[in-house]
Design a protein around this ligand. Structure first.
Ligand SMILES: Cc1ncc(COP(=O)(O)O)c(C=O)c1O
Length: 439
């Protein structure tokens, strides 16, 4: 593919990226197909990240491409305010078939961040609709990532994402994260240690009146914070405590939804049913931006039935249920079903796990974590080199050697598309190994 050699890199302010360093040595992707990207220097690069945990059906799947091409030529846009179009309803019905029983009311947004904002706002509105206007507090968890909007950053638990942005929202407590190097390093799948950390929720509630808490929001498996897998029994315990105190449980499944953990949603995989699920990424395989929040019927009914105004919820986006995104979503869910990709992810999980853990014992690695097709290789500091420097060097080696992994501070993250083959996994892991040896 022809690339403009005089491309001006000045104007695009690149998110979550060291702009100064990147613009001196940019990495540009110009084409994609299946498990591969193609770079501007004509290399074929194995994508170990499914884009950014999102191209779950692989890149440029012909069925999704065709659906998008067809839709944009027929109906480019229709507002969802007082109007609608059929595909948004069709997609909502399809999503409701995949969510746990009872979570069948679907609100569309454009990004994971918006799905989170929708979930948080609706949680408060739900309690207000039942006369519990005092329930406005949230509880979340350290190392959690819930997007970049104000609500999401306020409940977020990654310090760097919070500290430049002032006081954020008040009325939020954070549970401790569950990662403990001494107790659970190199656990395969769910660690057996750490269940007691769910009791911290009771601790928080013992000094914050539980009747003031609207919802608890967590990622069932922490993604951006480092693939932190919940200890056995942890999510069940959290569910139990939330139910006891009338606190809504929100699962942020922006990453874990749509097959990433070997089932439609982590809620189904762990058999723990939240009251609200936020989702995005795999919903359209990232072909067109779209997100959604799924709510229990009771939540929808409480808000809609008790409303004193004709419009029951003053919330929504210009692009809620956008026709092209809806077409992409329907096509993507068809691909997942036809190609049995959720089952495939489950089948590949042990192969992925074994390959990843074969890196145990290599220099600098202090932990390896995995669940479904999510994995992290965590580095420690060594002889004056920080863990982040080591991780960054490994990332660069991999990219220069035609494998894309995600560099994320002290760790490297993997989340291949659900179409991944054993050979791809081996290539990714062996390239990582050579990257470590190169240091
Ligand atoms: C768990 C989780 N929630 C929310 C978001 C925010 O999604 P977006 O970047 O689409 O706004 C992300 C993004 O990675 C995420 O991982």
């Amino acid at each position: 593919m022809e690339v403009n050699k005089n491309l001006n890199l000045d104007n695009f302010w690149i998110p979550f990226t060291p702009n100064r360093a990147f613009k001196l040595d940019p990495r540009l992707l110009v084409k994609a197909e299946g498990m591969y990207y193609f770079s501007d220097d004509n290399r074929k690069i194995l994508d170990g990240m499914a884009g950014l945990w999102c191209c779950n059906a692989g890149h440029c799947h012909p069925h999704i491409v065709k659906a998008v091409q067809n839709q944009i030529a027929i109906l480019d846009y229709a507002t969802a305010f007082n109007m609608a179009h059929p595909k948004a309803f069709e997609l909502a019905e399809k999503i409701a078939e995949l969510t746990p029983d009872g979570l069948d009311r679907i609100f569309f947004g454009n990004s994971g961040s918006e799905a989170v904002e929708t979930a948080l706002k609706v949680a408060i509105a739900f309690h207000a609709s039942r006369g519990e206007r005092q329930r406005t507090r949230f509880i979340s968890r350290e190392k959690g990532y819930h997007g970049v909007n104000y609500g999401g950053v306020s409940v977020g638990g990654i310090p760097a994402n919070r500290k430049s942005f002032g006081p954020l929202l008040t009325g939020i407590d954070h549970l401790p994260h569950t990662w403990n190097l001494d107790e659970m390093a190199f656990s395969q799948g769910q660690p057996t240690w750490g269940l007691h950390l769910a009791d911290e929720l009771e601790n928080i509630l013992s000094f914050q009146d539980p009747s003031t808490v609207a919802a608890l929001i967590i990622e069932p498996v922490i993604g951006a914070g480092g693939v932190i897998v919940p200890p056995k029994g942890y999510l069940e315990k959290i569910r139990e405590i939330c139910s006891k105190h009338g606190i809504l449980l929100i699962f942020d499944e922006v990453i874990t939804g749509f097959g990433r953990v070997g089932d439609s949603f982590a809620a189904n995989r762990f058999k723990v049913t939240p009251d609200i699920i936020a989702m995005a990424k795999g919903l359209t395989g990232a072909a067109v931006p779209m997100s959604a929040a799924a709510f229990k019927t009771e939540i929808y009914d409480a808000i809609v039935e008790s409303s004193e105004t004709p419009i029951e919820l003053f919330h929504g986006y210009t692009y809620s249920g956008h026709p092209v995104a809806a077409a992409a979503g329907i096509a993507t869910l068809e691909v997942y079903e036809k190609e049995e990709l959720f089952q495939r992810a489950k089948k590949m999980e042990p192969i992925f796990q074994n390959a990843l853990h074969s890196l145990k014992g290599e220099n600098f690695i202090v932990d390896i974590r995995n669940f479904g097709l999510m994995g992290a290789i965590h580095f420690g500091p060594d002889e004056g080199k920080s863990a982040t420097e080591i991780s960054s060097q490994v990332f660069k080696y991999c990219y220069e050697n035609d494998v894309l992994v995600r560099f994320s501070g002290d760790f490297i993250v993997l989340s291949p598309a659900l179409i991944v083959e054993e050979d791809h996994i081996n290539t990714i892991v062996e390239t990582l190994r050579k990257g470590i040896h190169s240091i």
